[in-house]
Design a protein around this ligand. Sequence first.
Ligand code: ZN
Ligand code: ZN
Length: 248
Amino acid sequence: MRLTVLGSSASYAGPGQACSSYLIEAADRRVLLDCGHGSLANLGRVIDPASLDAVFLTHGHPDHFADLYALQAFLRFAPSGPLLPLDVHAPGGLLDRMVCVLSGHGREQFFEAFKASELLDGETVSIGELHVTPQSVNHEGAAFAFVVEAEGRRLCYTGDARPDAQVLAAATGSHLVLAEATLPEQFAGQAPHMTASQAGSIARSAGAQSLMLTHLWPTTPREAILSAARAAFDSDVFLAEELLSIEV
Ligand SMILES: [Zn+2]
Ligand SMILES: [Zn+2]
């Protein structure tokens, strides 16, 4: 199973960066986990976006879904003709809220482009031999972590989440935990996000082999969060960055 980071920024992207998005390639399938702003441009540097099998969205914050508008245009205006519809698995009602900013015609086009399915806690979505299980986490509104299983490997992407028993349950048994580490340590508990040391603790308790820290504000000092996570998790820790690609 190959993971490629398309966007590692939280909330807004720094120069040359993009917001939350991860490409998973396994079992001859390709899926996106989140589709934050700027991520489609990076996707096009890695694969032909026309070859995507599905998109999964963790929750309804724009840094996780904004480039779905751009993906709609890509699918519609593809040189080989419209490539519609693409499966999008998202929290219930998210796509309905997204179309509120579109014209009537734009709404019709949006729902031609995407076949929306509602994520349900614990209900696995299988795309061939690639399996994605959403697990509810505590953030703001409906929010999920994704457990991705294929080729005998297991990855947990936490999405945005508080560091509690629910995100630990999702992460447990994963080879790689791709964890948000949004908050500088001094802000622990002040927002529904994790610090790097909390992400490290989750990875340790989960029995993970490795931890990738992501969903970082562009201003966050990278060395500080890396050392905070390493103090809590005595195994492989690395930072997400755009176009980093690894075998899970
Ligand atoms: Zn976010
Ligand atoms: Zn969020």
